[in-house]
Design a binder for this molecule. Structure first.
Ligand code: FCB
Length: 459
């Protein structure tokens, strides 16, 4: 017998629009369509998992697994092809059908408004680099809550603002491909302010709705106990985690990072200073947060010289070394446990939902059509156990959403990474529930974490 799952702890799965929907010809262009084309990356976004045209099949699969909750994102450019103006009736209709289909099957919707797919038309006039986009996003949030606020109880404004700002505007490796730290910090600020203004719009239209943000955290430990590694780790934590968590919880931008960025001439975070931060912005960002969404995959060891660098030590690819996933990320459930305790200590959130957690392994169907993805099952088992331990230690963890429901389009890596508990054959679009999916079903049905045969992913 595995350990029991506490009453009220919710299990489900997560996806995002660009990564699964397809039907790109029935929505406006996004910055990801453009980026993939311009960079000559694998052009898989047009069809992705063909989810728009396979909605009923995918909803039935969710019901077959017994999912209690499902997190999806709305493609802004499907409901507003230019990012503003007249809504597209068919686009809105798709999300109506998705939400109604979930509710009919007893699955609680968690809607993300922004999972990185900015309408290209808005980027053409400055994107997140300009303040106007905050207003556009707020209007889009109001449109969606007006349409779905009667049926969707959980509203996630943004997904991973660190990735959207830093990988998209500092490192140039994600859309729209900018390479300037000052610009990236401006983008991060506009994302945070728009979280606050959208939260207000959501509450105005649907007072009972719960507002969340999904923050990707990368817990860091010093590589050695040498002073310079400890200092570098503190900086990394400020750059990666505190820059977003502190203002969301009303602490303002962290002083040490404000000073570091200003001294280096990269960003002025003082309200009314030389940067984009206006008086009142920090109050806007600090709207009451009903749920902190935590996206957690792995931690990192930091040494001096790597205080703003999270390149994994292991390159992504098949056959990763023991204890790593195919993203090259170390498997560290204990780090999740420790980080949940820290969130509680530093921020005391009203509630935490693990809005993403999962593992990339490319196991495919065997001759009998079964997918024996034991490493993913072990990963899920060990991270769920860590989350439940934290809950039992007093952290208000309300549940866990596995990334991901389906093998999908992993951004710049195309279909090379497989995170799904359901295998997708990207030629035929055939879906096959993996062993990890059946394990999740058994966990939900039995309210226990069944023991996992064989090696642990974290061994
Ligand atoms: C997260 C993203 C998600 C997916 C996973 C693997 O950073 O939110 O879309 O790509 O990583």
């Amino acid at each position: 017998m595995g350990r029991s799952i506490p009453d009220g702890f919710v299990l489900g799965a997560a996806t995002s629009a660009f990564q699964i929907e397809g039907a790109a010809d029935r929505r406006g262009e996004t910055i990801w369509d453009r980026f993939i084309r311009v960079r000559g990356l694998p052009d898989t976004g047009l069809v992705a998992c063909d989810h728009v045209d396979r909605l009923d099949e995918d909803l039935d699969l969710m019901a077959e697994l017994g999912l209690q909750a499902y997190r999806f994102s709305v493609a802004w450019a499907r409901v507003l092809p230019e990012g503003h103006g007249r809504p597209d009736a068919a686009g809105l209709g798709f999300y109506d059908r998705l939400v109604d289909g979930l509710l009919e099957r007893g699955i609680v919707p968690w809607l993300t408004l922004y999972h990185w797919d900015l309408p290209q038309a808005l980027d053409d006039v400055g994107g997140w680099r300009v303040r106007d986009t905050v207003g556009r996003f707020t209007d889009y949030a109001a449109l969606m809550v007006g349409r779905l606020g009667d049926r969707v109880p959980n509203w996630i404004t943004h997904n991973e603002p660190w990735v959207a700002s830093m990988l998209g505007h500092r490192d140039g490796v994600f859309a729209p491909g900018g390479t300037d730290m000052g610009e990236a910090l401006t983008v991060a600020h506009h994302l945070l302010v728009s979280h606050g203004t959208a939260a207000q719009a959501i509450r105005a239209a649907a007072p009972a709705a719960r507002v969340a943000a999904a923050i990707d955290c990368r817990p860091a430990v010093p590589a050695t106990d040498r002073e310079e590694d400890v200092v570098a780790t503190r900086h990394f934590d400020g750059f990666r985690n505190r820059w977003f968590l502190d203002p969301l919880f009303g602490h303002g931008y962290p002083d040490d990072m404000v000073d570091a960025y200003r001294t280096a001439g990269r960003f002025d975070a003082r309200p009314g200073g030389d940067g984009p931060v206006r008086d009142g912005d920090l109050d806007l960002i600090a709207q009451p947060l009903d749920v902190l969404g935590l996206n957690y995959y792995t931690g990192i060891r930091i040494s001096a010289g790597r205080e703003e660098d999270e390149t994994p030590d292991v390159a992504p690819g098949p056959n990763p070394p023991e204890g790593h996933t195919e993203m090259g990320w170390p498997v560290q459930p204990d780090v999740l446990h420790g980080f949940l305790l820290r969130l509680q200590r530093d921020y005391a959130p009203a509630s935490i939902m693990i809005t993403e957690n999962g593992a990339s392994f490319s196991d495919g169907p065997d001759a009998e059509g079964r997918v024996h993805d034991v490493r993913r099952t072990a990963y899920l088992h060990d991270h769920l156990a860590a989350a439940i331990d934290a809950r039992e230690a007093g952290v208000p963890v309300e549940g866990h959403l596995t990334w991901s429901l389906l093998d999908n389009l992993e951004w710049t890596q195309g279909f090379a990474q497989r995170f799904g508990v359901i295998h997708v054959d990207h030629t035929t679009q055939r879906r096959t529930v993996k062993d990890s999916g059946w394990w999740l079903r058994d966990a939900i049905a039995s309210r226990t974490l069944p023991d996992v045969p064989g090696p642990s992913a974290g061994a």
